[in-house]
Structure formats: structure tokens, C-alpha cells
Design a protein around this ligand. Structure first.
Ligand SMILES: [Zn+2]
Length: 172
């Protein structure tokens, strides 16, 4: 039988995934291994007895003040015609963060890619569509382009929809 061993993203102590917070430092930890998941607006208020002073980690990413998670899921980041870097994307009310290799308990300095929503110019479906590879492109205000491969057309649509809505919310 395989035992799951996880470490707290804040203090590194062993952490029991059945708990909502780290027994050592008190950080709140919310993770999911679902292929994709949309958070309800009250995801943070669902945490019991939240102490304001303790950090809250969603998929290993520490939330900033007034930052709310919106969606997370598995994606590939386009590397070349043959290869994607597999990882996990987290969309919040402030940021879009891609962690490579599905390592959800990374320290913040190991985050592969992080965009402020205010730094994203546009997101659009990409025409580089091959068998089972459905892409969307994120273009930054500086004109840099990043391509991501969604598992399904539906997933691609939802990512585009959710990220677009979050960017509009930040701009309004
Ligand atoms: Zn801890």
C-alpha cells in the first residue's frame, strides 16, 4: 500500500492531507488532485476557525490579501511541436500561476510561471490544434506569448471564459 507523504508549503513539516491546516505552523492548506476544479466564492470562508494571521495555501500557492481562488486544473505548457511541460494552473482573482510537474507543494520561488492578471493583454484559443491538443494562448501587455494545452475542448473554453472574466474584473 502506498502512503502519501506531503510537506507543508510554509514550514516543510509532514502534513496529513486529511487536515485543513498544518499541525506545526497553523497554515491553512487546500489541495485537490482533481483534473480540474472551480472554486465556489466561499471556499475560504469554509475553512473552520480561520486565524487571520495564518497563511492560506491553495494548491501550494500562498494567497495574498483579498486574493480568492477561482479555478485550478491540469494543463500542458507548450514547449515544442512534440513536447508539453505538464503541470497545474491556478487562477485567482489577482494572478494566474502555472506550476510545472504537478508539484503542488512547491515553495514560491519554484513557481514556473506567474502572471498578474493586470499584466495579461489577451487570452485566445490557438489555432495550433492537433490530435488531443487543444491550445489557448496568453499574451502579456509586453507582447510575450505563452501557449497552454487543455485536456479537452470544454476545458479550453472554461479556462478562456474564467480568465477573461477575472481580467475584466481586475480592470473594472
Ligand atoms: Zn506548516
Amino acid at each position: 500500500m502506498k502512503t502519501i507523504s506531503l510537506n507543508c508549503p510554509n514550514c516543510g513539516a509532514n502534513y496529513d492531507p486529511a487536515n485543513q491546516n498544518c499541525a506545526y505552523c497553523g497554515s491553512y492548506i487546500i489541495i485537490s488532485n482533481k483534473e480540474e476544479e472551480n472554486y465556489t466564492p466561499d471556499v475560504l470562508s469554509s475553512l473552520e476557525n480561520v486565524q487571520e494571521s495564518k497563511p492560506i495555501y491553495i494548491q501550494g500557492v500562498c494567497m495574498q490579501a483579498n486574493e480568492i481562488p477561482i479555478r485550478n486544473g491540469t494543463l500542458g505548457k507548450y514547449k515544442n511541436a512534440l513536447l508539453n511541460d505538464v503541470g497545474r494552473m491556478l487562477l485567482t482573482s489577482k494572478r494566474l500561476i502555472f506550476n510545472q510537474n504537478n508539484k503542488i507543494f512547491k515553495q514560491s520561488d519554484e513557481i514556473t510561471l506567474e502572471f498578474l492578471l493586470s499584466d495579461i493583454n489577451s487570452i485566445r484559443p490557438a489555432h495550433r490544434v492537433t490530435m488531443r491538443k487543444i491550445y489557448f494562448d496568453i499574451v502579456t501587455q509586453k507582447g510575450e506569448k505563452y501557449s497552454f494545452n487543455a485536456p479537452t475542448h470544454k476545458s479550453q473554453q472554461v479556462w478562456i471564459e474564467k480568465i477573461t472574466a477575472a481580467i475584466q474584473e481586475v480592470r473594472s
